[in-house]
Design a protein. Structure first.
Length: 445
């Protein structure tokens, strides 16, 4: 943390930074994009050790946030907490969480000669590249939020990823702090095996148990011996209170009592994000009053339970990119009294090209309440078919509207939303970006 760089490395780094900043300026000036990846990719060719040389300049250390769901919200919340304490923070806020995106974020915070003058760097990292970046980054804190099946065409099973994480994390210095999710059996087991300092976060609120284990479950077997786990209850997917009747493996004890921490964001999944950020902030010595005040005034990251007002009507965007996340956003919708929902399903590279995951989603809960469901996106008919198969009775009064054109779909959904209700939009990642562009940058039809 904050190490000095040799002169020859400084010169090469300075040239790489100059080129990267020129690329950033060119891309943004020509409105070709956000320049969140390309500058890092080019600078890395000039200086292959770019990630290491930049991260070692961070004064108080690098914080890595990894997991399938919740990285963007957790990283933004933790960044806001630290900034409210008066720290300067570098952060890959665009969500570009592969190697080139991490480098670009750090480059953004440097001056023209490659000096990085920040107190902390918060980097949300794609779960599949965690083993590749831990050694060059040498993080002070590693936050392990959850592990779910995400993009089936890109990643293996969750136990494979967790084993790779464990192997690499265990080689880091003993002063590294690891913050895993106690309610995730795989991550709870991971934390119990590590030689580093480990602080867990999790829920202790049985009143939020689901009535039954959902279809989108990835890890209900003991990660130590393979026996089926006994669950006292589950909060979402396989996250819950568990023990193994065979070997005695059980849920780790969270550092914070979740019932003592309020949240302003909707959804139980955001309680996990809140607790993760609060645990990390306390490790870093932030005043608890600042932590609580920040949480109580926090605004959601774009597309993550983001609330907008469009044409005088309330709109809430709930990113829904995998079975677990979508089940949780459906829970938010069904717990409301609002009756209009727009689902947008794309199958582009950021989403994952395999959309078979929609059959693991409990869409029956959304369908059985009736109301109006509008569907759109590249795979609009796949989603429409999934909803039709979810109908248990023709008497559920479901008004299903299929609209290929996204702008017309949004306009239609708004038309069906009464003035005193909220339109919930459940898009995949690329669809979320398109929805926001239509809502915030263009006139509704």
């Amino acid at each position: 943390m904050g190490n000095k760089i040799k002169l020859i490395d400084r010169l090469r780094l300075g040239f790489a930074v100059l080129v990267a900043k020129s690329v950033t300026f060119g891309v943004r000036s020509l409105r070709m994009g956000a320049a969140s990846v390309l500058p890092g990719a080019i600078a890395r060719r000039i200086e292959p050790r770019l990630l290491q040389l930049l991260s070692q300049q961070v004064k108080n250390g690098v914080i890595i946030i990894a997991g399938t769901n919740g990285k963007t919200t957790t990283s933004l919340l933790l960044r806001t907490i630290l900034e409210n304490q008066g720290f300067r923070v570098s952060h890959n806020s665009t969500g570009a969480n592969l190697e080139n995106g991490l480098m670009t974020a750090l480059l953004e915070s440097t001056n023209l000669v490659g000096t990085l003058d920040v107190d902390y760097a918060i980097l949300e990292v794609d779960e599949n590249i965690v083993p590749k970046v831990l050694t060059p980054l040498q993080p002070r804190i590693i936050m392990c939020l959850n592990l779910f099946r995400d993009q089936l065409d890109r990643y293996g099973e969750v136990d494979t990823i967790s084993k790779r994480w464990t192997k690499v994390i265990s080689t880091l210095p003993p002063e590294t702090v690891v913050i895993p999710n106690a309610d995730d059996p795989t991550l709870s087991h991971l934390g119990q095996q590590l030689p580093q300092k480990v602080l867990f976060f999790g829920l202790n609120e049985p009143e939020h148990y689901l009535e039954a284990i959902p279809h989108a479950v990835d890890s209900i077997y003991c990660p130590r011996c393979g026996h089926s786990l006994d669950y006292k209850g589950v909060y979402l997917s396989h996250l819950g209170d568990f023990t193994c009747p065979s070997c005695g493996f059980t849920k780790s004890q969270p550092a914070l009592a979740s019932s003592e921490w309020q949240q302003i964001l909707v959804g139980l999944y955001n309680k996990y994000n809140t607790l993760a950020a609060a645990t990390a902030a306390k490790v870093l010595g932030v005043d608890e009053s600042i932590i609580r005040s920040t949480i109580n005034n926090f605004q959601a990251a774009f597309g993550r339970a983001e609330d907008l007002v469009i044409d005088g009507k309330r709109v809430r965007i709930l990113l829904s990119k995998n079975p677990v996340g979508t089940n949780e956003t459906i829970r938010v919708v069904t717990q409301s009294t609002d009756k209009t929902t727009l689902l947008v399903l794309n199958d582009r590279t950021p989403d994952g090209t395999d959309v078979s995951w929609i059959w693991d989603v409990d869409t029956e809960k959304l369908v059985e309440r009736g109301g109006t469901l509008v569907v759109s996106g590249d795979r609009v008919y796949d989603m429409a078919l999934r909803l039709r198969y979810s109908e248990k009775s023709p008497q559920n009064h479901l008004n299903l509207i299929v609209e290929e054109d996204l702008r017309r779909a949004i306009a239609t959904a708004l038309e069906h939303t009464p003035p005193d209700e909220t339109l919930h939009i459940l898009p995949t990642y690329s669809a979320m970006l398109e929805v926001r562009e239509v809502l915030t940058g263009r006139k509704i039809l």
